[in-house]
Design a binder for this molecule. Sequence first.
Ligand code: IPM
Ligand code: MG
Length: 377
Amino acid sequence: MASPANSYRLLILPGDGIGKEVMAEVRRVAEWFRDRRSLPIELRQRPFGLASWEAYGSLMPDETWAEIEAADAILFGAMDSLDQARKISPEERRKGSLLRLRKSLDTFANLRPIRAISGLLDASTLKREVVDGVDLVFVRELTGGVYFGEPRGVETLPDGRERGINTHVYTSDEVERVARFAFELARRRRAEGKPGHVHSIDKGNVMEAGAMWRRIVQRVHDTEYADVELHHMLADNCAMQLIRWPRQFDVIVTDNLFGDLLSDCGAMITGSLGMLPSASLSARGADGRRRALYEPIHGSAPDIAGKGLANPLAAILSFAMCLRETLEMAPEAERLERAVDAALAGGARTADIAAPGSAGMSTSAMGDAVLQALDRA
Ligand code: IPM
Ligand code: MG
């Protein structure tokens, strides 16, 4: 095994609710790759979120933050929504928020792949023939736009009315870097035999910043990526087209807000949020490495937390993305993705993807099914 000095330090932040349960399965899978494939992985784990607040009085203890700084990648579970009932100060909320984590790591490119899995086509509310063969990926800008723009807040006007403000704002360099990321990804996908084209999504018909987005994506394309096919589409039309004919898409690049909305729309193509992984990546540093945060798209699901019902596949597939993007070991990522497919083909189902009327297996039984498929491969 490689010495720790040459290994990738992966920090597991299980967070809250089902985050703890699904990340326990990710840990077993990561240990399998470390022990059975001799991958240079060093696994660490720290508390984060409400679980941490209850135990240590902080959503994000300083030691957790130090571990985040030192990690090559973060494997994140889920964070509970901070309802008003809990007396957590606004300052503490800001300190421990997922948005702060994304911003501090500058993980501006959020990859959300949506792939129809043949054994699961009937889990979608869309018709089989619409869903079959879908293989697209969102590149959502993650550290700018209206989720971060200033001014923001709610003020009371002299006449007693309230005024709520958020600001949608992008600078040209923010658009350029995410556009480049999308074009690079399209080239990579083309080399893998996929269509490898890009749809850029905006509301340039009503928003100046949207028209600027479109102009800049086009300029980056014309000057650096003229070999990649580029289409522009308005965000409302894109929502419709994702339901009507999702196979027309390959890479979709869009801003923070539209990416949030459209990726949930895309998620329903596969039928379950429990299946969808994501990766959030920064630019490469001087040492060539990217900061990276891997997380399932689903949340902490308090209604089913602690019952062993959660589907761990989104989190496990997020670890596959870590193998591909952080360790740059695409064959190992594919090994894991094939094992997930094999487990599903063998009938492994948690409740969210089980046939109507059948109970579905537990979170850890699904973990077992993936590990068994890895052993067999
Ligand atoms: C997502 C989520 C988050 C977001 C929330 C939990 C802050 O919806 O990752 O899509 O809005 O980005
Ligand atoms: Mg969302």
